[in-house]
Design a protein around this ligand. Structure first.
Ligand SMILES: [Ca+2]
Ligand SMILES: [Ca+2]
Length: 82
């Protein structure tokens, strides 16, 4: 039960952080996508898993891989159909 509360509050943060990606997916698809970051598959995201997951999102957003996300990067990502 306690784990579920942590998972849900963590998910709320993830949903906020992943807002740009959320627009392209249904809520269920988005949750599945976010929980791809659950490396040990225990059903909850630790801070490490969360950060690693966000890092993956960052890499997705950084279309030209210069280590910075610009508006052009995000526009390029959308142009690719993501
Ligand atoms: Ca986990
Ligand atoms: Ca960039």
């Amino acid at each position: 039960m306690h784990k579920t509360v942590i998972a849900v509050s963590g998910l709320a943060i993830l949903l906020a952080a992943g807002y740009a990606l959320a627009a392209a997916h249904s809520p269920k698809e988005h949750i599945e996508k976010l929980f791809e970051a659950d490396a040990d598959k225990d059903g909850v995201l630790t801070r490490e898993e969360f950060v690693a997951g966000l890092s993956g999102h960052f890499d997705q957003l950084d279309a030209d891989h210069d280590g910075r996300v610009s508006r052009a990067d995000i526009e390029a990502m959308h142009a690719q159909g993501h």
